[in-house]
Design a protein around this ligand. Sequence first.
Ligand SMILES: Cc1cc2nc3c(=O)[nH]c(=O)nc-3n(C[C@H](O)[C@H](O)[C@H](O)COP(=O)(O)O)c2cc1C
Length: 196
Amino acid sequence: MNVIEAIKTRRSTRKFKARAVEMEKLQQIVEAGRFGPTGGNAQGNHFFVISNATALMMLKDMVQTAFAKMELRDDLYKSLKNSIMLSQKGNYSFSYNAPVLIVVANKKDYGNNMADVACAVENMMLAANELDLGSCYINQLKWLNEDPSIRGYLGTLGLKDDERVYASVAIGYADTESGLPNRTEAPRIGNEVVFV
Ligand SMILES: Cc1cc2nc3c(=O)[nH]c(=O)nc-3n(C[C@H](O)[C@H](O)[C@H](O)COP(=O)(O)O)c2cc1C
């Protein structure tokens, strides 16, 4: 698969098989993230590759508990509203029970924190596609940066006091008949372009 093909056929996967992802593939994926560009070559991204089932379950429970405590208001961003609603019903897995979640943090006082993390995440999603794995960008931990339980837990994994999570990516084998991710190119209806 060449790069253009990997870009055009990368689609979000939200249903995963329980099958573990080989460490060799995880290393290739996180290395693709580490090779992303960073502003001023800061290379300040901090990657947490979580595939331990107990750790994933703990995070899932902490995220659900945090959202369940929030007030559900009509003016909230659609996806945040959905997270709160499902959590209050006790039925929420923010990373779709994927067998791997790569959490990416960066310095909270650095201007390109989210841009550097997003570049790394896209690289990792493209690498996952090349390796026949499904992936999905996950925003929820970014909204819960100040939750004491989640911060405390990520702190035990090495998240520093001056770091915050800017994105995560769920990775695993897609729960499809072929085991391959859906690679149907989605038509572009937005993303306006002007050539001059
Ligand atoms: C900044 C950003 C945040 C996103 N957050 C989530 C998320 O929290 N959960 C989710 O399921 N998808 C999330 N997505 C994935 C988008 O919903 C998805 O890319 C979009 O619907 C297009 O579908 P495609 O990825 O299959 O092309 C996010 C994507 C981006 C770029």
